[in-house]
Write a protein that binds this ligand. Structure first.
Ligand code: FES
Length: 247
């Protein structure tokens, strides 16, 4: 175990724990955007920056991907951090001006409402990379960041329906600013310029996923027969609750 100080509070933490995780456990709020508990650290949005002194002088690090190595002092709200965070919030807000969380941060950090950066109109994506990471981990790696500068965006190759996209919708679910268009009808789902047929839950009959997504899950979990995979989230939950626990 290590003893560290966060904003003057002495805290015990395990070696290699990320600063953000420790701070969260102690109820210390650090704003985040690209961080997602189920996805390996991206460290791309820089919103979670903190100052750390490990005995060699202070430096600024992204708390979501910085592991604790020894005794240190961390500041999550120093003057420098607040100033840097304001700039980042302003930049992210300019890319996704309608996002309620970014608007809330603007108020909290007194970020002026006027647009600071010149960007193409109608942007909604903050390029945090969560969607591509989720697609790589849970789906098939169908999307990636393409282009440069202000034209940079997340897409499928040549912006066309990709054979690698399985329509699982993980990308849209993890997007922190709701930038990914996923249109669902009663039995279809359209995203990334491709329309999929939804298949029904074996228990309740409600369409809930695509055949392509189910095939990939079966492949990844080495299960060609496990019927539980063909149940919608609600029925899966019920099945878990009704399964007797054996000791
Ligand atoms: S939340 Fe840490 S860099 Fe985005």
């Amino acid at each position: 175990m290590l003893e560290v100080s966060i904003d003057g509070k002495r805290i015990r933490a395990e070696k290699d724990e990320f600063i953000l995780k420790v701070a969260k456990r102690e109820g210390i709020v650090i704003p985040t955007l690209c961080h997602h508990h189920a996805i390996a650290g991206l460290g791309s949005c820089r919103l979670c920056m903190v100052e750390i002194d490990e005995g060699t002088g202070r430096k600024v690090v992204a708390s979501c991907v910085y592991p604790l190595k020894g005794t240190c002092e961390i500041l999550t709200k120093s003057e420098k951090i607040i100033r840097l965070r304001r700039g980042i919030i302003s930049m992210l807000r300019d890319r996704a001006p309608q996002d309620p969380y970014l608007q809330q941060l603007c108020t909290e950090y007194s970020v002026p409402q006027s647009q600071r950066y010149v960007l193409p109109p109608n942007l909604t994506c903050v390029l945090c990379g969560r969607c591509a990471a989720a697609c790589a981990a849970l789906g098939n790696g169908a999307i990636a960041t393409v282009g440069r500068g202000t034209a940079k965006k997340v897409s499928t190759p040549y912006d066309t329906g990709s054979a690698d996209c399985i329509g699982c919708g993980a990308c849209a679910q993890v997007c922190p600013v709701n930038a990914i268009e996923c249109i669902e009808t009663k039995d279809t789902r359209t995203l990334w310029n491709k329309t999929f047929k939804l298949i029904p839950c074996e228990q309740c009959g409600v369409p809930f996923t695509t055949k392509e997504a189910l095939d990939v899950v079966r492949e990844k979990t080495f299960s060609s027969t496990h019927s539980n995979l063909a149940l919608c989230p609600d029925c899966k939950r019920k099945e878990v609750l009704l399964t007797p626990v054996r000791f």
